[in-house]
Write a protein that binds this ligand. Sequence first.
Ligand code: ADP
Ligand code: MG
Ligand code: ZN
Length: 495
Amino acid sequence: MSDTANASSTETPAGGPPGALEAVIGLEIHVQLATRTKMFCGCELSFGEPPNTRTCPVCLGLPGSLPVANARAVHFGLMIGLALGSELAPRSIFHRKNYFYPDLPKGYQISQYDEPLCLGGSLGEVRIHRVHLEEDAAKLIHVGASGRIHGSDASIVDFNRGGTPLAEIVTEPDLRTPEQASEWLRLLRTTLRQLGVSDVNMEEGSLRCDANISLRPAGASELGVKTELKNMNSFRFIERGIRAEIARQEKLILGGGTVVQETLHFDPGSGAITSLRSKEEAHDYRYFPEPDLLPVRIEQAMIDAASADMTELPAARAERLRVEVGLSAESARLLAFRGELGDYFEAALAATADPAAPAQVLANWVTGELVSRLGEGEDPASSRVRPEAISALVGLVAEKHVSVGAGRQVLDRLVADGGDPEAIVAAEGLAAMDGGDELAGIVAAALEANADAATRVREGNPKAVGPIVGYVMRETKGRADGTEVSRLIHEQLGI
Ligand code: ADP
Ligand code: MG
Ligand code: ZN
């Protein structure tokens, strides 16, 4: 046996113990583009209009009608490509992707195949495979028993959505965990929102995600057989769906079975994964170039126009917050990836000319204390706490006019009623106590009331200090400065 073979047979693969499996995840994201009209006709996009009122011969697929590509959709596609650092194809073409479905009246979807609008690129640590344009299908509504026809449950079709422009963004299989996948998708969503190319509303289906998942021995370079989880429409479901599918495949593989390539549905209600169909191959779709559409030729003027519409994107913002504002990488990412938090933080930062606290402290109050007091996903800008108010509050704490505990109480009041921190401090008597005799007296009382704890602290158990500090904070309604309390305790215990 050669040395190399010997070495590789005993080596622990990178990323886990021997025998461990690693997940590989690639995402396909469909984004409805916020154009005024549909991808290949002049019908306006629909926002809950009565069914089948936004239709014409083209999007109903009537014979003899001719599609024309939407220039605005191409413009948005180029903006997405620029944001992802893709190569913008000088020439791309549309293909017919043939399949039968009741919500696809032509019997084919116009999409792009081997010559897409954008190729390659990356967002964060994930490489982009391609971005292409296509049309959305109509909407099937399963009315079930309430619409029974000849004794069978019925489905009806609303063609308003049919023909809505979509950009499909396909990643390389660079993701490894469910959490990483959902965090990355948040970054993509924020990026698309910032670009203004879509309203990226997952519940309403303007952003939909398919996850491709496979397992392989940790550290291996070959990919395993993948399955595809279709159409997940919330970050939570995506995380849960991927986690469930990883567990299913792991059980299968560890039990000696093999994963079959197929398309799956995750039911967030029951947590069950069911097979929709065995995986189709490209040749099943009988792709061929759409004869009714001209190739898309990208001229410099179109790229210039797309560049002119670009705004600061989350990845760049995270970098600026880190380097120029001096935030930790973690805070910078959080604020940049949740753009509304970033906007609020920057407004608060700008509110004080010469802040008493470093920007990081303000960021901690915004992303920690404030966010935890708001509803899930609530935009702080729509809360009662004005950015100037939290900025002023952080200043009061930094200058020790109020203790951290009292500062938290002030924030409670701000969240409930709005207002001005200094006024709240005055009205509620929350100003910090100076370390004078009053506080020393309360510390002495706390030691007396917690004699056991005091003994244990004196004997060298610092954790026993809890009830003593708790007593002082209760007595002072949280106005005492924690450091000063600790100093007084030690002083009075003679340690
Ligand atoms: P398909 O032809 O089945 O659509 P593609 O090669 O076009 O497959 O890839 C579709 C998506 O699946 C991409 O996001 C890609 O990164 C991902 N993917 C491909 N192979 C794997 C794999 N073995 N494991 C996980 N994801 C994969
Ligand atoms: Mg696919
Ligand atoms: Zn139409």
